[in-house]
Design a protein around this ligand. Structure first.
Ligand code: ATP
Ligand code: MG
Length: 611
């Protein structure tokens, strides 16, 4: 571990007090920049005001109704100060958890920064989560404060968020609910408990002195996507986290001071935290924040926003790219995307064919694709191309190499390094400042999940391979990896091959037990739109492609054509749900499932087959 390297990265932030040691403590609870004092909202706002950047646009906000607003750094600063003052008056103090249950409106960002300014801990909960998911999180963190909005807007519908917030906070630790009133629609307010956001900031002061927190005081707790099971409350520090987010953002996207940057992730996910809020604001970039779905009012909305705001950097997810590709090329016609310079991807494997489409059709074959592999737990990018790589250095579908000072290895079941070209479990061998402090209130689960499979290494739970040039390729989640007659095949390997077929929008592999081979798999396939292909011909094509690309072993027991795949609300395919549906076993924790309606369609497709 190169302490000097990380010390240099930390020095790029403004500290009230310098740290005593760069790293201290026992694994896996190593702590960074101990004794150092700072404040996250200062990093994002005050430092720019001091440097004369107050008038610069920090945020362009747009919603699906076409309403828009822009905010300079000074305007964000003023709002955050007033809100911090108001929160402090309400009794929010250092160490308190404040739940933020809000749509993609600027007040969600102001709230995160104001909570950080008073030294408290934010827990942002994605606004499309049900009352039950919100309640679970409130119970887990024991939060006393909740900030929400009256309504959220999704695909033309207003959703009564306050109603959901009331249901969720009923008979919990929540004492005060702050409500952003953004519509003229009615909401019920409890005079004892509820306060309008607008009233809270009306009589506030223009300045609230940032509370100095220790580097390892938590900045936030955030729950993982729940792709593989019950979501985990991941806690992040202030000093180490911000240092790492700042470092990784610059390594991947370069100096963005003069860029218009659009990270499409919702603030309810870690990508939204690290790369829609903290990194761009710390770096004085101009961010686009869009409240709406990528295909509403129509699938050209994103491209039109890129044209209108002259977006230079677009950071998004494979699931969104697959969806937009599926809906047809006509939505891209007559739109000027020439402002784009850099593209980014996160969340899942970006299948090489999807990569190619993104590269050519969106990036005009001139923008690098920064495919970033990381997790809620890692705080920031771990494996991704750096901005100074040449286009020729990229390989479609590989996030390339680890960032500086990130030491990775690929191990077999016994913990031995596998030779180049052999599949295995990816691990991280050293510590880095962005690593989570742990799981909220559950050290045991933290130690078991990440630190027990292998000695002396962090185990993220992903299956991977390193090619002869040192490029890393992800093959899927370790616990979804198939073992067919003793051969391990990652779900990603099969899915990458299947989506090569130009008629297929997306696909997922689900494992099933097999008496002879031990395990086999079923393929679920979603076709592109306006398709009247013969499924039997398509099945033959798929089987043939798999045979050529992977081998005779990769022959699906069944291929089902379905309307859509089960996905988390962050857009990740939930393969475990497919396997359970096939085996008629308990589907497990579904609180993060987005499209519950797809389950009926999948069940009926499977049932029809059995008739
Ligand atoms: P849970 O941990 O609750 O099951 P999750 O793992 O989906 O949910 P996140 O932290 O949002 O929660 O996602 C991290 C995971 O997403 C990684 O471990 C990896 O499996 C996948 N992932 C993220 N980025 C990439 C990428 N660029 N390429 C391949 N896989 C990726
Ligand atoms: Mg995970």
């Amino acid at each position: 571990m190169n302490n000097l390297f990380w010390e240099k990265q930390a020095e790029k932030l403004d500290w009230y007090k310098k740290w005593k040691s760069v790293i201290a403590g026992e694994r896996p609870y190593k702590r960074w920049f101990t004794g150092g004092k700072l404040n996250a909202s200062y990093q994002c706002l005050d430092r720019h005001i001091k440097n004369g950047l107050g008038q610069k646009i920090a945020i362009y906000w747009i919603n699906e109704l076409g309403e828009s607003q822009s905010f300079s750094y000074k305007q964000v600063y003023d709002e955050v100060n007033r809100l911090a003052f108001g929160l402090n008056n309400l009794g929010v103090k250092k160490g308190d958890v404040v739940v933020i249950y809000m749509p993609m409106i600027v007040q969600a960002i102001f709230s995160m920064l104001a909570v950080a300014r008073v030294g408290a801990i934010h827990n942002v909960v994605f606004s499309a989560f049900s009352y039950k998911s919100l309640k679970d999180r409130i119970i887990d963190t024991n939060a006393k404060f909740l900030i929400t909005a009256d309504y959220s807007l999704r695909r033309g519908k207003f959703i009564d968020l306050k109603f959901v917030a009331d249901l969720a906070s009923h008979e919990t630790s929540i004492q005060k609910v702050i409500v952003v009133k953004r519509t003229n629609l009615d909401i019920s307010l409890d005079p004892e408990k509820d306060i309008l956001y607008q009233d809270l900031i009306k009589n506030s002061k223009d300045y609230f002195e940032p509370v100095q927190v220790e580097s390892n005081d938590p900045l936030f707790v955030l729950y993982t996507s729940g792709t593989t099971g019950k979501p985990k409350g991941i806690v992040h520090s202030t000093g180490g986290y911000l240092t790492y987010v700042n470092y990784s953002y610059n390594a991947a996207f370069g100096d963005t001071k003069n860029s218009v940057y659009w990270c499409t992730a919702d603030v309810g996910w870690v990508t939204g935290h690290s790369y829609a809020v903290y990194a761009p604001l710390m770096n004085g970039a101009t961010s686009v924040i869009y409240e709406g779905a990528p295909d509403f009012p129509n699938p050209s909305i994103w491209w039109k926003l890129i044209e209108k705001y002259k977006v230079n950097i677009l950071y998004t997810s494979p699931t969104a790219i697959r969806m937009l590709r599926k809906l047809g090329e006509e939505w891209l016609e007559n739109i000027d995307l020439s402002s784009l310079k850099v593209l980014g991807s996160v969340g899942e494997i970006i299948n090489p064919d999807i990569w190619q489409w993104f590269f050519e059709r969106i990036g005009g074959s001139r923008c690098p694709i920064i495919d970033t592999w990381w997790q809620t737990e890692t705080g920031g990018f771990m494996i991704c191309p750096k901005i100074n790589y040449k286009l020729e250095d990229l390989k479609a579908g590989s996030p390339t190499f680890p960032l500086d000072e990130i030491e990775i290895d690929i191990l077999d079941e016994d913990g031995k390094s596998v030779p180049v070209g052999q599949k295995g479990y990816l691990v991280i061998k050293n510590f880095w400042p962005g690593l989570t402090l742990g799981i909220w209130g559950d050290n045991k689960r933290f130690e078991e999940t990440y630190w027990s499979k292998f000695k002396d290494a962090y185990y993220p739970g992903d299956y991977a391979i390193k090619d002869k040039d040192g490029y890393i390729w992800f093959l899927g989640r370790s616990d979804e990896t198939l073992n067919i007659a003793g051969h391990r095949i990652g779900t990603g390997e099969i899915e990458n091959a299947v989506v090569k077929n130009i008629n297929i929008a997306e696909t997922a592999v689900a494992a099933i037990p097999d008496k002879i081979k031990g395990q086999n798999f079923v393929l679920f396939v979603v076709l592109k739109q306006n398709n009247n292909l013969d499924n039997i011909i398509l099945e033959k094509e798929i089987i043939n492609t798999l045979k050529i690309e992977i081998g005779a072993l990769a022959k699906p027991a069944k291929i089902y054509f379905v309307e859509s795949l089960p996905k988390t609300r962050s857009g990740k395919i939930m393969r475990r749900v497919l396997s359970s549906l096939l085996q008629k076993s308990d589907v497990g924790d579904l609180t993060t499932l987005e499209n519950i309606s797809c389950i009926d369609n999948i069940r009926s497709v499977i049932a029809l087959d059995k008739i």
